[in-house]
Write a protein that binds this ligand. Structure first.
Ligand code: PLP
Length: 449
């Protein structure tokens, strides 16, 4: 059968046959979307000929934009040499070995082992298995509970979404009964009369209260994103992480940093854990490890946990067919080398990151903007009904959706989460491109007000 590939036909076929993630399926089936068929530098192009500045780096993935030909070449070369072999059965492959070593070099000192997955969701599932096995081997089988945060996003598998705190996902499928949630450090929405620093301490201490409630001997781990991303770029007050770290250390609770968005330069350091000087025992990564060009995720495992797993025999009964896929690892390796050779993380932290944050904060003067928050190369612009009283729009309100749609129509890809416009452009953006991003967003705000 010859398929029609003109833009209108493609969109219609997509509406007719393709269920999209996190999408109102009925709405999509009747209205459809955009077919993206080309990308260059920090721009994407659709089949209708529109060029869009990608203010979301794909989906927080393409920190180096779309024209990193050496990553594409590495994938191509690897597919020619060894397109696939598994890592079960005492086998490995060269890119997986080299990437494991390279990751050990760029992650904090305590990490010397990695477990590869295809995605961040699977990596967080892996965390649960690792933690349960760790405590079983230590002879503490009752230590099985996880604590996470409201509004966190840790992935879409049943286990990862249980770790997450997205209420809509919990409503759709009941979460695991050994995961418990505490509040998020969202000062603008929930801080009330407290200063950000007072509020940071208060929310952190919810962890301590939850540990007391559940029992220290039953709580295994606390998982959190250094900066909550999909939940609305919730930048914690400076007091928050030191207090969380103190509680985890004193109460013998493992700390898991989900670096799926924060990792590989997004916050101005290699990892969000570096930015906040957190010392996690496990670190989840995905997305920008391959600059988004190939699916790959994984968990960095600290010596504290690895030593226990290595000291005991018995199988770690967990694995994915594509764990350590050679082409994915080749992509990861080429990405890490590019990050190192271009020194782009430091350069972005010194130049474009501050420019991005400074320019975006100018939007705080806009009548419908309550707060602009962010760090490094990601940020949220929170829309309000009333600037002075901080009265918020209704969650997922029509205005916020409208604002996102206006930005998209003006040639800017941004996301909307609740009342917030989210943006996380590639680290390679120029100052002129950031200026253009801010202007397009400003225009969308004017059109929404
Ligand atoms: N963890 C965080 C912090 C994420 O933002 C995401 C995805 O956005 C995930 C985990 C899940 O990753 P994936 O979509 O690759 O399964």
């Amino acid at each position: 059968m010859m398929m029609k590939t003109d833009s209108t036909s493609l969109r219609q076929l997509d509406q007719d046959h393709h269920f999209h993630p996190f999408t109102d399926l009925r709405d999509y089936a009747s209205h459809g979307g955009r077919i993206v068929n080309r990308a260059e530098h920090i721009y994407i192009y659709d089949t209708d000929g529109n060029r869009m500045l990608d203010g979301m780096s794909g989906l927080w993935c393409c920190n180096l934009g779309y024209s990193q030909h050496q990553i594409v070449e590495a994938i191509y070369q690897q597919l020619q040499q060894l397109p696939f072999y598994n890592n079960f059965f005492r086998c490995s492959n060269q890119p997986a070995v080299e990437l494991a070593r390279a990751l050990v070099e760029v992650t904090p000192e305590s990490f010397n082992h990695v477990f590869f997955t295809n995605s961040g969701s699977e990596a967080n599932d892996t965390n649960i298995r690792l933690v349960h096995r760790y405590y079983d081997l230590l002879g503490k089988p009752e230590k099985k509970l996880f604590i996470s945060r409201k509004n966190a996003y840790h992935g879409s598998t049943i286990a990862a979404s249980s770790l997450g705190g997205m209420s809509a996902m919990h409503q759709q499928v009941r979460g695991l009964d050994y995961v418990h949630h505490i509040g998020q450090p969202h000062w603008f929405a929930e801080g009330g009369e407290l200063s950000p620093e007072e509020f940071g301490i208060k929310v952190a201490r919810e962890l301590e209260a939850k540990i007391d409630e559940l029992g220290e001997d039953r709580v295994a781990a606390f998982i959190a994103e250094p900066i909550q991303g999909a939940g609305g770029v919730i930048v914690p007050p400076d007091s928050y992480w030191p207090e969380i770290q103190r509680i985890c250390d004193q109460r013998d609770i493992l700390l898991i940093a989900d670096e799926v968005i924060c990792g590989f330069g997004r916050t101005g350091s290699w990892f969000g854990s570096d930015s906040y000087q957190i010392k996690p025992q496990l670190m989840t990564f995905a997305k920008a490890i391959t600059n988004g060009y190939f699916p790959l995720g994984g968990v960095m495992i600290s010596d504290q946990i690895a030593d226990v797993l290595l000291a005991h025999g018995g199988e770690f009964t967990h694995g994915l067919t594509y764990s350590g896929h050679p082409a994915a690892c080749a992509a990861g390796l080429a990405t890490l080398r590019t990050l190192q050779e271009t020194n782009i993380i430091q350069t972005a932290a010194d130049t474009i990151g501050p420019h991005f944050q400074r320019r975006l904060r100018e939007l705080e003067d806009h009548p419908i903007v309550g707060e602009v928050r962010g760090r490094g190369m990601f940020a949220a612009v929170e829309l309000v009904r009333d600037k002075r009283s901080r009265e918020r729009l209704a969650p997922d309100s029509a205005s916020a959706v409208y604002c996102r749609d206006r930005a998209n129509s003006n040639g800017l890809m941004v996301r909307q989460t609740g009342d917030a416009m989210i943006t996380a452009p590639p680290l390679i953006s120029s100052t002129a491109e950031i200026d253009s991003l801010v202007e397009k967003l400003h225009q969308a705000l004017d059109e929404t007000a």
